[in-house]
Design a protein around this ligand. Structure first.
Ligand code: 13P
Length: 335
């Protein structure tokens, strides 16, 4: 595949201070989020909600790409316009989540591995033909006592590397997401160590499988204490721990890093991104941005409640979060 296609996609996705919207929740995850706020978990409600997102006015000012789930990739507005056509007409590149979620890693209680590598070459070719220009695969690393094991990090990173090389062959930019989960009561040093180990092994595997680092986007967690840790820290410490860990682990040939939000509140995810830009504006070799799902969508979902009268105000909430994170990317955010 001509690397020009991949490079054009990278340039577009990382343009200005825009970020990438993750709206690729699986049917089960989307239903769970709906049920949590009292929305009926049906096919039509999922379609309506995704229509609300892709048609949000001004979204394109702050969002360069949207990651979709297979169901959404093939859906249309009430008037019959495919969602991916709406996105493309606004200059938002359509991307696709291609992993099939996680299952238990045999022999390693409490750890997970991601499925979906079988038949992936054929799937990617179809998505490319249908207009997708980038893809996403998420590997999950768990912190708990002696975990993560080296075996689980290697298994997940090897799959991420195989996925990434297949994507590049197909002309799709791979978003490579090794998520060290924030669940647990561990302190920030433990999070930093697990993130660093994971990234070191990830780049070893990417190198082994000849993945071109110039045309990937890394989607990592921020380095943060466990969500139930008694040792919470301020945004300066989170910004410093995260960027120092990334500077030591991520080669400068990687063009962009786009964070997941991972259970942080929308305000935390924005203010921490802002702090990283404020403190490290001139010392980062890669572009740093956001690729949040929950931290962009949650206020919009809370506002919508499945009620068509709330569509406009819900869209405003979504675009507001996108705008605030775009400000964070310029270090000009204030809550
Ligand atoms: P969150 O921002 O909600 O963590 O989701 C990002 C994502 O794409 C998970 O795979």
């Amino acid at each position: 595949m001509d690397t020009k296609v991949l490079q054009n996609t990278i340039t577009h996705l990382l343009s200005g201070t825009k970020g990438i919207l993750a709206m690729d929740e699986s049917t089960a995850s989307c239903n769970k989020r709906f049920e949590a706020v009292g929305i009926e978990p049906s096919l039509e409600m999922r379609r309506s909600y995704r229509e609300l997102i892709v048609t949000a006015p001004q979204l394109e000012n702050y969002i360069s790409g949207a990651i979709l789930y297979d169901e959404t990739f093939n859906q249309q507005t009430k008037e019959g316009i495919p969602f991916i056509e709406i996105l493309k007409s606004k200059g938002i590149l359509p991307g696709i989540k291609v992993d099939l979620g996680t299952v238990k890693l045999a022999g390693f209680p409490g750890e997970m591995v991601t499925e979906g590598i079988d038949g992936l070459r054929e799937k990617l070719a179809i998505y490319f033909q249908s207009g997708a220009r980038f893809a996403k695969w998420r590997g999950v690393i768990t912190i708990n006592g002696n975990l993560p094991s080296s075996a689980s990090i290697y298994a997940n990173c090897h799959l991420l590397a195989r996925y990434a090389s297949l994507c590049q062959e197909a002309g799709l930019v791979p978003i490579v997401e090794p998520e060290v989960l924030m669940t647990g009561d561990h302190n920030i040093l433990i999070s930093e160590k697990a993130t660093r180990r994971t990234l070191n092994i990830l780049f070893e595997e990417l190198y082994k499988l000849r993945v071109n680092l110039n045309t990937i986007i890394l989607k990592p967690n921020m380095v943060i204490p466990g969500l139930s840790s008694p040792d919470q820290v301020n945004d300066v410490i989170i910004a410093d721990s995260t960027i120092l860990c990334l500077l030591e682990s991520v080669p400068s040939s990687v063009p962009g890093i786009a964070f997941l939000s991972g259970g942080q509140s929308p305000l935390q995810a924005t203010s921490r991104l802002h702090m990283m830009h404020k403190r490290f504006k001139h010392s980062m070799p890669w572009k740093l941005t956001f690729s949040y799902s929950r931290a962009l969508q949650q206020p919009a979902l809370d506002m919508w409640k499945g009620n068509s009268e709330n569509v406009k105000s819900s869209q405003q909430e979504l675009v507001k979060r996108a705008a605030m994170n775009s400000h964070a990317n310029r270090a000009t955010y204030s809550p």
